[in-house]
Design a protein. Structure first.
Length: 227
């Protein structure tokens, strides 16, 4: 019975990866939950477009990856959806699990963003602010375990590759390249921690000009998280 449950969970995860490209093509507006909306054309026109400011104690939209961070990596963002509820799915590997689920609602604040691009692909980030550094360390371990659960997959399935350590002045993290069913690198995921803040950021698919790994995006996200 547990075996059937695991198969169903992994099926959901793989379906989310396939759906990401469709969602990216369909989403053409920039929306900030609880704030004013702007068109994707307006975002594309501004060279330094960011998600509109959404402030929350401990972590807010300013602590998430920004459009200029993505542009430096060869990506061309056209839309962003920002929320402070902690209810965005964590990663392609997590199925429908959210940061609020993982933290059991005990974070002092949540923030998330979904970025779409001029070509197929989607970048998501989910962050939480913990009440203590010990709690943040525990959540970081849980996120790493979640990612590692998708490193060992049957032949022909997408999977995460080996972990790479990332260290900046503001914190630490681990990033993992993602491989498609043919074994080619296609985006990736990173688990980050800075003080009492934790985050998971993922590039699904491979928009035109995207780097082979997410190291640059992970480093930029970690710097934002520590700001």
């Amino acid at each position: 019975m547990n075996e059937n449950k695991n198969v169903q969970q992994k099926s959901v995860r793989r379906n989310r990866v396939a759906a990401a490209a469709c969602f990216a093509a369909a989403l053409i507006t920039t929306t900030v939950v609880g704030a004013q909306s702007a068109t994707a054309a307006g975002v594309a026109h501004r060279t330094a477009a960011r998600p509109a400011a959404a402030v929350a104690p401990g972590v807010g939209s300013a602590g998430l990856v920004q459009s200029e961070d993505l542009s430096r990596q060869g990506l061309h963002p056209v839309g962003a959806t920002v929320a402070l509820t902690g209810r965005q799915a964590l990663s392609a590997c997590s199925g429908e699990e959210t940061m609020r689920d993982l933290t059991k609602g005990k974070a002092t604040a949540y923030a998330s963003v979904s970025w779409t691009f001029t070509t197929d692909g989607l970048l998501t980030e989910s962050a939480a602010s913990a009440p203590t550094k010990a709690a943040a360390a525990t959540w970081e371990k849980q996120l790493v375990a979640l990612v590692q659960d998708c490193q060992d997959e049957p032949a022909g399935h997408w999977y995460y590759g080996a972990a790479h350590t990332l260290t900046t002045a503001g914190g630490t993290g681990h990033w993992y390249p993602a491989h498609n069913g043919d074994g080619a690198v296609s985006g990736g995921v990173a688990v980050l921690r800075s003080g009492t803040r934790v985050a998971v950021v993922e590039l699904s698919g491979r928009p035109a000009g995207a780097p082979a790994s997410v190291e640059g995006i992970a480093a930029a996200a970690l710097n934002r998280l520590s700001s």
